[in-house]
Design a protein around this ligand. Structure first.
Ligand code: ZN
Length: 224
């Protein structure tokens, strides 16, 4: 395997971590977007590191339908999609700074100015509504459905903007939290009744913390 060139090596590595499903534990799509870069085991994974990754993440998040994503794949070049993914990462890191600074306390009117870049992006949205027919219990029902025009790959940023805007408008920022895991970067909205959620998930950090506490107790017992 010594002869393996660097390019091939990179490809293999990318394919491997693409197989790890993205993490959706935030209970709020705007925070799931921030969690699209994380360290699930010991290596950082950025699920939107390129155009193909962005498309896959949007599909897993249920933000864009497979049909629309297929159209985008056909209409855009790989370079164009990579460029949109870079813009999405820029947006994500800009928003992370806002959320990290503002979480744990209620938002106030003066925070709105900081969100100006997000409002500028939302302005480009081309949402519209339509009546669609669907079947329910063997009967045809009409549904009022909101959708958007997907003019170019740029449009892929709009569901992300919507998720971020909804986080700001619909979530209680006092309950927006960062996981207490020492090396964990995941964030979530605590919707539990007692607002006692501390971990991104029991499987990732909760169990790790339990094991650490147990080890600590054993050490203390041994010392006394
Ligand atoms: Zn965690």
């Amino acid at each position: 395997m010594v002869t393996m060139c660097n390019h091939h090596f990179t490809l293999v590595r990318d394919m491997n971590y693409r197989q790890i499903p993205a993490i959706f534990v935030a209970d709020a799509p705007g925070l799931d977007f921030l969690n699209s870069v994380a360290t699930p085991v010991d290596e950082e994974v950025d699920w939107i590191s390129d155009g193909e990754g962005l498309l896959a993440w949007l599909e897993q998040a249920g933000m864009v339908s497979r049909t629309v994503l297929e159209t985008m794949r056909v209409q855009s070049t790989a370079i164009e999609l990579d460029e949109i993914a870079a813009q999405a990462r820029g947006l994500r890191e800009w928003f992370r700074e806002f959320v990290q600074k503002r979480k744990g306390k209620p938002l106030s009117a003066k925070n709105l100015r900081e969100l100006e870049p997000l409002n500028q992006l939302l302005e480009r949205d081309e949402r519209y509504s339509e009546i669609v027919a669907s079947e329910r219990d063997d009967e045809t029902v009409f549904e009022f459905r909101e959708t958007r025009r997907w003019h170019s790959a740029q449009s892929l940023l709009l569901p992300l903007a919507e998720a971020m805007a909804k986080l700001v408008c619909d979530e209680d920022f006092t309950q927006v939290k960062a996981c207490e895991g020492p090396r964990c970067t995941l964030m979530f909205a605590d919707h539990t009744r007692g607002h006692a959620r501390r971990w991104c998930s029991m499987a990732i950090c909760g169990n790790r913390a339990k094991v650490a506490a147990h080890r600590r107790r054993l050490k203390e017992q041994a010392a006394s």
